[in-house]
Design a binder for this molecule. Structure first.
Ligand code: NAD
Length: 343
């Protein structure tokens, strides 16, 4: 039977573990702080920012939003980022994308202090990720790794196909999958809009991660039996309902489910994980910047025997319930883990 990955359940589990870390930080006089900068009138961006703010409030992170008009000069944005870089109570800074056309997106990435870059988009953090020494993994790919871990999907030695090469999802996802580390060790193919014969690639895959922003691009006929299918896409398509639209992924869910062993739904799959991993990175940022060690139960896969050695680590097989119960029993030093095994 196909295992439908419940992103909300995994996300709740990670958030409750993070809560412990946040409580500990606060007991030590540190309130993790995340400031989101919004320079857009775009409805989707505003919704994402308010969801992030709410998630921070719910868990005890000092979440703030700074708004700029879309018409303001680019320098206003860079001045604001400079101010936030200098503030000790702001541990994480996120500039909501997209920014207006007159603002250089790459300069935005470069302007955020790399220690506060909880999106993981600063060139220093991108370089660290590629080099296998990540400080902050980009939230969506990191959330996908956690989802795979939660289902006991071992990526080592598998054929993985990532569809989409954006800086936010596709490229960092492929970079994580090729690392000699837990959640990596996959033989990875990165497909994009110029890829010829996509079906040939996806049919050979044990793991397909669809992040093309193209409704139902991947259907069951493009998959082999037993594939793990992760659907990142969020697409609005016209529908005969009150709203006049519905959300669909980049995967044709019903037909793909006939072939897949493991699959994520849209909504309720990858989506909830993205904000959770932003909270995770913010807690990590606060811990690193204040040199305050925090203990929390294992938020990813539990250690299996001596699974602290990244090269020897094995992913747990078995059902999700067993995985969760092992997660509950593991207590690790968050800071030590961060330092020794950057996640
Ligand atoms: P993007 O538009 O920046 O990149 C899309 C990529 O897909 C491009 O690299 C392009 O080359 C490739 N592509 C497009 N059409 C293709 C095709 N027919 N065949 C092969 N490759 C093709 O998009 P993005 O920011 O990476 O987002 C991708 C999707 O994921 C969007 O639907 C977005 O809304 C969604 N998304 C979801 C989350 C989440 O938390 N669930 C987070 C980020 C993005």
């Amino acid at each position: 039977m196909t295992h439908v990955l419940d992103g909300n359940a995994v996300s709740d589990r990670i958030r409750s573990n993070l809560q412990t870390a946040i409580d500990h930080l606060r007991d030590s006089g540190v309130t993790p702080g995340l400031t989101t900068v919004l320079m857009s009138e775009d409805d989707a961006s505003r919704t994402y920012v308010s969801m992030k703010q709410q998630a921070c409030e719910d868990i005890g992170i000092d979440g703030r939003t700074r708004r700029l008009d879309a018409e303001q000069p680019a320098e206003d944005l860079f001045d604001l980022v400079k101010e936030l870089n200098a503030r000790a109570d702001v541990h994480g800074i996120l500039v909501q994308m997209p920014v207006p056309d007159h603002v250089d997106k790459r300069r935005v990435f470069r302007s955020v202090d790399p220690m506060k870059d909880v999106d993981g988009f600063h060139p220093e953090n991108v370089g660290r990720l590629v080099a296998g020494n990540a400080r902050y993994k980009p939230c969506t790919p990191h959330g996908i790794q956690k989802l795979l871990e939660s289902a006991g999907v071992d990526t080592a030695g598998k054929e993985a196909v990532v569809v989409g090469r954006s800086d936010i999802v596709g490229k960092p996802m492929a970079n994580l999958l090729i690392q000699k580390a837990p959640g990596g060790n996959a033989t990875t193919t990165l497909c994009h809009s110029q890829t010829e014969n996509l079906t040939e690639k996806t049919r050979q895959a044990d793991l397909v991660i669809a992040a093309a922003g193209y409704p139902e691009l991947i259907d069951g006929s493009m998959l082999s039996e037993g594939t793990t299918v992760i659907d990142v896409g969020i697409n609005h398509v016209d529908a005969d309902n009150e709203k006049g639209y519905k959300l669909v992924g980049d995967v044709a869910y019903e037909s793909a489910k006939q072939k897949a062993d493991v699959i994520t739904p849209v909504p309720g799959g990858v989506g909830p994980m993205t904000i959770t991993m932003l909270l995770y990175n913010t807690v990590k940022a606060a811990s690193l910047q204040t040199e305050t060690p925090v203990d929390l139960p294992w938020v990813g896969l539990p250690s299996v025997g001596g699974a602290r050695d990244a090269d020897k680590a094995v992913f747990a097989g078995g059902d999700f319930g067993n995985t969760l119960s092992r997660m509950r029993s593991g207590k690790e030093s968050f800071l030590l883990w961060f330092l020794a095994y950057p996640v």
